[in-house]
Design a binder for this molecule. Sequence first.
Ligand code: XMP
Length: 509
Amino acid sequence: MQEKIIILDFGSQYTQLIARRVREINVYCEIHPYHSIPEMDESVKGVILSGSPYSVRDEKSPKPNLDQIKGKMPLLGVCFGAQYLAHNYGGEVKASNTREYGRANLGFIDKDNELMTGVPDDSQVWMSHGDTIVNLPDSYKIIASTADVNVAAYKIEGETTYAMQFHPEVYHSTDGATILHNFIVSICGCSQDWTPSSFVESTVDSLKKKLGDDKVVLGLSGGVDSTVAGVLLHKAIGDNLTCIFVDNGLLRKNEYDNVLDSYKHMGLNVIGVDAKKAFLDELAGVSDPETKRKIIGRVFIETFDAEASKINGVKWLGQGTIYPDVIESVSVNGPSATIKSHHNVGGLPDDMELKVVEPLNLLFKDEVRRVGKAMGISPSLLGRHPFPGPGLAIRILGDITQEKVDILQEVDHIFIQGLKDNDLYDEVWQAGVMLLPVNSVGVMGDERTYEKVVALRAVSSTDGMTADWVHLPYEFLAKVSNDIINKVKGVNRVVYDISSKPPATIEWE
Ligand code: XMP
């Protein structure tokens, strides 16, 4: 039985970060919304209560029933969780009148307390709350304080219940990892057996049982998730897995051939489909970004279906869905309006009646990479920048023609290859080039030119939700700009995008 930690989510922006920290200790954990607490069977070694945008003093604030948990197993309250365990059991929480956001230091630490073992004097912690705990019930004992916050952390005597006002999961809490380690390993007694290779072993076993001799079809995109999903499924069922990789004509230069080649080297049974013409024909004359996306989504499904229906007796559709997508669809507030439906493959016709198998739906993105590495997938495939499904179509502003695709592929190739040659590729989370729908005047030799403008974009990010532009060296930008204008016919001006997200987005369309 896979032992686990349950994280009850009250809607904090940091909940996923808690889960990632727990996983980094090689312990499996699951996030559940506070209003649907799962059964606390023997596999559950402990529970963590997350933070929340709510105040415990709000009438509408979450009020979960913790009878099956508190006092019965290790429990850790973080921020809102700490306030809830105080407020609801006889303590007092008030709006605070001092600033309790940002850095603070633990001036007092109870060194004898098992949660605080190894945390040095004055350890820096990260606070983010508008309420403060002013009174604790009698059995509650303070185990850490800051200058402004007396109850920075406490323990309930006679129970393995602990709580802290600060966020141990954020990077700025310098000893947060030690505190979480103390809770999860020493107090919950977890055995730290959730490793990439144990994941591969147990997933391959369960895929074998689940799929038996059934056939599975999977769409590969060249991206990390679909590749790792493909290799896992292949390990489990071998050639009963058929992969389909579609060339929509909107990939990077040489991408289709290179990626298809590496898939074949990995032993995957993969069908490459050249559908360039179908995509470009349907996109002709279309400028609206959402319409472009819809057309690409539709033609992809049509192309994929046509190939998939050629496989006799296929029963399952494999998908590279990862854990954040799963959490999103069952989150505290229900699926959010911003869910990226366009990021998913879409559906197959009902008459195929395929069941869905998602071998990565328990993993965060960084874990997918580690699992990929454990299975020997090449670092160059695993370290690839994210690339949008609609590809260059949403980087060619305005309508799409083969000529524009050709120009953008060349420009993009010079930029990306330049990043690689200068050891900058891995410093950047995502990079690409936009082909703008404007011409500008230039001069080459004795002649005036009137040609295209391209915008280079390189961002740092962790998940694409927020991003900042990367301060690439001027010398590098100068060289790339020069190369592009000299080598790519039709482009006479290069600009660099220095907008962060928000308020801009990463893609221009
Ligand atoms: P934005 O432009 O919203 O992009 O800041 C965030 C991340 O999502 C990618 N992206 C897409 N991926 N289909 C995809 O598969 C799309 O339609 C799409 N639009 C944006 C973008 O490349 C970035 O990584």
